[in-house]
Design a protein around this ligand. Structure first.
Ligand code: GLC
Length: 839
């Protein structure tokens, strides 16, 4: 631990600020873990356990935020993310050791007792957290995880006596409950506490199950906490547990001075679950092990099966092994061996892992996106993109979510911006919302018409890419015939208009085709990818132009695979139209402009004072192929010159210097932050992809490496964010804190960086005809190897680069036979050798 502290004193700031290399932790690639060696991280760091169905966040000092199905509408633990790192947040464990005078108490998580540890490690693993702490002559190992497919959070606690004499030890795990409607917990201190109920149920053999619910959920959904072993006593009322009318604190609960807790139930108030587990006298060198469960089921009767299962420690071990097997299988879909260790570590473990997280929680639940209220939810554009990051690994799970997204597409073809998963499951007719555009509802223009769109110009287009991705990955074209409802607010799903998946995609494209502006470019809508630029209706967007053109290319591929040449021709016509309109209007001389407002004024032009150049119009015009030749290269070179920094590509420059009501959101940030000239990381992989399309592998790889969080492990006093996942943003060079990362975990950066690395740098991607291998790599690489699972077969791919080029397949040999292109055939089973020579 870096903090020098005694039990009751605060950490000494000087020590915390001291700079040493990799002072916070290290990557253990063999175990696929990041190991923290101090709890005093620059900001809160966390990990995820379980899935959206049941699971949530576990922070590095033992706080847990658990939800079932929906963070806003079915929250279980009361984790207040804004509290300081050192404060109790929803859960902890106290270890109590008997001494001559009474007891010594510490928490193996450090928080909330803030005890000095002899040794402390937090292992951030694949869907589990493990702490190893040494204190008071005891070695405590705590592992927290959710068994695959279960509704239970397990806490496997093992206490080993390292001393020569035996020690009498008690273990007191504690959870604090939240009202299921997370926001109400914070905003209503009358009704909420009156409803919160906790009861203790003793079993004959000394086990106890604590049952908790908000009163109206009694017969439908109850939370419970129990342990595998007998319990001496419990507390369910926070006031009783902390003691002295809460003058006792989480750091030193007064009740821990007594042998037993008070067996307090709680008919109203602040519900907790504290168990007094007497480990008894642990002999020298011996270990006591116990496992707690926190779960939610319809009733305790329904829960009894899971309770019995996980009271058997063999089943706990089995569940942990199964979790490891899940990850082994998941990660084995794509494994690379390149000359770059940081690239390998990110691509083989941490990036696909983060994609699994964004797939589950969209932008709904993190230490930044707090999951309160239904103002957010599962984002249409966000999840459509996230799904592409898991498509090779779990296409059927991805499809399930994609179908939910399609079900909140309007019959007109545009889409609702977000939906709440629980409301969707309840089919309550009101599951989706129009995002921030709701704030401008009712604002009228000079003619008395709505001044702003109630739809986003990009949402409905992303899903075309997602579905195309699924089809290419699986070959299951029948999906296109599946009927899915459109979204008609207020109606039950059965009453809504339906269309096939193909019809949904057609309406997406048709919506944009029929919503073009003055220059023939797609309208911005309320916003495009950049949420912070909300121009009045009539504005056009270069980003939407690129995305629309790319979606048209994908649709042409789909129609070609269906043998529908007429539709291919039609969409090709639409593509050519928009390409021409873009080239006729959006070129500024050295780069592409970003928007036109309804009067036709350009944004992202050299003439502007702020926001002269934007990253996305350069990258997406190349990705979609609407920028070609010199202009494509010139746009990307201007981006490199004006937007690139050592910490990533800025989304625009220069940042606005003060609030400008004409542009709104973007100018609410100081220059260099977020969308206002910050390094909004999500845009960076698009730059990488565009560079690979131009064949510039050295540049693409530079863009990759400069944002690789693993490479920031020795710069964490600057970066501050978790080194094992991408954050959403890094402050740009106009800001004093240039290089500081924020909003870890839930960012589109994850999916797109993974796609950029695997499909464009490594260059292995699914197509209707087979597996394309067409890399674009740093010229200095001699080659690399990849294993890729595709449609039931395993492809062992070796790429050789004898001439040290970046791109260009000179030869492809599959199972000893020369192939005329860069596409390995579809085999459906077996292991196949692919050797590609660049040159
Ligand atoms: C946030 C939003 C995302 C948006 C991005 C850029 O990440 O979740 O939808 O595209 O900001 O504004």
């Amino acid at each position: 631990m870096a903090t020098k502290q005694t039990k009751k004193s605060a950490p000494k700031a000087k020590k915390v600020a001291a700079k040493t290399a990799a002072k916070y932790g290290y990557f253990d690639d063999a175990k696929k873990e990041y190991v923290l060696t101090t709890p005093a991280t620059p900001i809160k760091w966390c990990n995820y356990v379980g899935t959206l169905n049941f699971g949530g966040i576990v922070d590095t000092t033992g706080g847990t935020l658990v939800c079932k199905g929906d963070p806003a509408l079915n929250r279980i633990t009361k984790y207040i993310a804004q509290m300081p790192c050192s404060d109790f947040k929803a859960s902890t464990i106290y270890i109590r050791v008997k001494n001559a005078k009474g007891y010594t108490v510490f928490s193996p998580f450090v928080v909330p007792t803030l005890t000095k540890m002899k040794k402390w490690e937090c292992h951030v693993g694949l869907s589990y957290m493990r702490w190893i702490a040494e204190c008071e002559g005891l070695r405590t190992q705590v592992t927290i995880f959710v068994p695959t497919g279960s509704n239970t959070l397990l806490q496997d606690i093992q206490v080993t006596n390292l001393d020569k004499a035996s020690k009498e030890v008690d273990i007191i795990p504690v959870y604090e409950f939240s009202h299921f409607e997370a926001e109400k917990q914070l905003t209503n201190a009358d009704w909420v506490p009156q409803t919160m109920t906790l009861k203790g149920h003793w079993e004959k053999d000394g086990h106890v199950v604590l049952e908790q619910y908000a009163y109206m959920k009694r017969d439908f959904a109850v939370n419970y906490v129990t342990a595998n072993c007998k319990v001496g006593s419990f507390d369910g009322d926070r006031r009783v547990f902390l003691g002295a009318n809460e003058m006792g604190s989480w750091a030193a609960p007064l009740s821990l001075a007594n042998k037993e807790l008070s067996n307090s139930e709680c008919d109203r108030g602040d519900n907790i679950a504290a168990l007094m587990i007497h480990a008894g006298k642990i002999a020298a060198g011996k270990t006591f092990r116990t496992c707690t469960q926190l779960g939610q089921e319809q009733s305790l009767k329904v829960a009894s099966k899971a309770i019995a299962k996980y009271r058997d420690l063999k089943n706990v071990d089995k569940a942990f092994d199964e979790l490891a097997k899940f990850w082994e299988k998941y990660l084995s879909t794509i494994q690379v061996q390149t000359p770059d260790a940081a690239f390998n570590s990110m691509v083989n473990v941490h990036n696909p892992r983060q994609c699994h997280t964004t797939k589950n929680w969209s932008r709904y639940l993190s230490l930044y996106q707090l999951g309160y209220g239904t103002s957010r939810g599962i984002g249409y554009r966000d999840s459509s993109q996230d799904l592409m990051g898991v498509m090779s690994h779990m296409p059927e799970e991805a499809l399930e979510l994609a179908l939910n997204l399609l079900s909140v597409q309007r019959p007109e073809g545009n889409a609702m911006h977000q939906y709440a998963p629980l409301a969707l499951a309840e089919d309550n007719g009101n599951e989706a919302n129009a995002g921030d555009s709701r704030e401008k509802k009712g604002v009228l223009d000079e003619n008395g018409n709505p001044a702003y769109a109630d739809w986003y110009g990009d949402d409905h287009l992303w899903i075309v890419l997602t579905i195309a991705n699924y089809l290419k990955e699986t070959g299951k074209m029948d999906l296109l015939k599946k009927e899915v409802p459109f979204y008609e607010a207020g109606k039950k799903r059965a009453q809504r208009e339906k269309g096939t998946v193909l019809e949904h995609l057609k309406r997406s494209l048709n919506f944009t085709r029929t919503h073009l502006g003055k220059h023939g470019l797609p309208l911005l809508g309320f916003a495009d990818w950049n949420d912070c630029m909300n121009l009045p209706l009539g504005a056009e967007s270069s980003f939407n132009t690129g995305l629309y053109a790319k979606a048209l290319l994908e649709m042409m591929d789909i129609c070609e695979a269906l043998g529908d040449t007429k539709s291919v021709e039609m969409y090709k016509g639409w593509y050519e139209d928009v390409k021409k309109a873009f080239n006729d209007s959006a070129w500024d001389g050295k780069w592409w402009v970003r928007w036109f407002d309804k009067q036709g004024n350009a944004y992202g032009t050299n003439k502007a004072k702020y926001g002269k150049i934007y990253c996305n119009s350069q990258s997406w015009s190349v990705i979609s192929g609407i920028a070609t030749g010199d202009r494509a290269v010139m746009g990307m070179d201007s981006l490199n010159k004006l937007l690139n920094t050592a910490n990533g590509v800025k989304s625009s420059t220069p940042g606005y210097r003060g609030f400008d009501p004409n542009v709104g959101g973007i100018s609410t940030y100081p220059p260099g932050a977020k969308e206002n000239g910050g390094i909004f990381l999500h845009t960076n992989p698009w730059v990488m992809i565009a560079e690979t399309i131009l064949g510039r592998g050295d540049k693409a790889f530079q863009y990759y490496s400069q944002i690789n969080p693993a490479a920031k492990n020795t710069k964490l006093d600057e970066f501050e964010s978790e080194p094992y996942c991408y954050p959403q943003n890094i402050l740009g060079d106009e800001h004093k804190q240039f290089g500081m990362g924020r909003n870890a975990w839930l960012s589109g950066t994850s999916s797109w960086t993974y796609q950029a690395a695997t499909q464009f740098i490594i260059g292995v991607r699914a197509s209707f005809k087979g597996l394309i291998v067409n890399p674009c790599i740093p010229s200095k690489w001699d080659g690399f190897k990849v294993t890729r699972k595709f449609r039931g077969a395993t492809y062992e791919i070796e790429v050789k680069n004898p001439k040290h080029v970046c791109k260009g397949v000179a030869e492809m040999i599959v199972d000893g036979k020369k192939i005329d292109a860069d596409v390995a055939p579809i085999f459906t089973k077996g292991v196949h050798k692919v050797v590609v020579t660049l040159g």
